[in-house]
Design a protein around this ligand. Structure first.
Ligand SMILES: [Fe+2]
Ligand SMILES: [Fe+2]
Length: 270
């Protein structure tokens, strides 16, 4: 259902979900998405799926489960390489890996996707370098990609999978004016700074996560505490109990690609 505001034209309302963590995250998404779509009038659902299988990585099976459960397209991040069977999905499906991996990494870092009833959507996935693996420059990658996206594709959405708030904001300031929305992922902690930049780009530093609420980034706290206390490696496991769904909802003008509004969204599930 597209939002119709007679004075300003037609808007696409998008829900972008933060990192989906493990089975609890997948189940919470599948059980609630149809209802959320209806209640919030969501046209498209995007999500970061890098933690959807066992908390680290995304298997082909889990990707099918999420696409079947109502997610229209997915981005990922540093954990996407864990399951080899995801490679064909990265090559041919509506799933991206960060564009700034060096060399001939499998899959695509950006693509123009078609969704029935909407103008084409350019989805771009980038990964930060501050406190993360030293891959190619995300700033240079975005500049290159923006030159390659066809001019008539006005809806351009970036998932910047990064740790540092400063790196996310710096890329956002560089992108404003040429991008419809830039959303941060990777920290799994939702930030309270969603706003529209001066030249019409929707932004939030981190979307948060979809997974167990009583957890440390989706994982059971015990082994994480022991890791900090002892400095020794620990076996992490996904936390149990009720899940939280988190992300952001934003409205984009179909013809200009500019953002009208953005707000973070969070929902506790049973
Ligand atoms: Fe993650
Ligand atoms: Fe990550």
């Amino acid at each position: 259902m597209r939002v119709q505001w007679s004075r300003k034209g037609v808007f696409v309302r998008i829900l972008f979900l933060g990192d989906i963590v493990g089975r609890p995250g997948r189940v919470a998404v599948k059980r609630n998405l149809a209802d959320v779509r209806k209640k919030k009038g969501i046209d498209l659902v995007l999500a970061n799926g890098e933690n959807a299988s066992g908390g680290l990585g995304l298997s082909a099976k889990s990707s099918r489960e999420l696409f079947g459960g109502g997610v229209d397209a997915m981005t990922s991040g540093n954990h996407i390489w864990k399951f080899r069977d995801i490679i064909p999905v990265l090559e041919n499906g509506k799933l991206l890996r960060p564009a700034n991996y060096p060399g001939n990494a499998a899959g695509r870092g950006w693509a123009v996707f078609e969704f029935e009833g909407f103008p084409p959507v350019a989805l771009i996935n980038l990964q930060g370098r501050t406190y993360m693996s030293p891959i190619d420059c995300p700033f240079a990658a975005l500049e290159r990609i923006l030159k390659e996206i066809p001019e008539n594709v006005r809806i351009r959405i970036v998932d910047f999978h990064a740790e540092a708030t400063s790196e996310k904001l710096a890329l956002a300031w560089m992108a404003d004016g040429n991008v419809s929305a830039l959303l941060g992922t990777h920290t799994h902690v939702q930030t309270n700074d969603a706003h529209v930049f001066p030249q019409g780009m929707a932004y939030v530093t981190d979307l948060g996560m979809c997974g167990p609420r009583n957890s440390c980034l989706g994982m059971a706290p015990g082994p994480i505490i022991r890791r900090f206390v002892t400095g020794l490696p620990q076996q992490f496991r996904i936390a149990s109990g009720p899940s939280i769904l988190q992300g952001a909802i934003f409205d984009l003008d179909e013809s200009s690609g500019k953002a009208e509004s953005i707000s973070v969204w969070s929902m506790h599930t049973a």
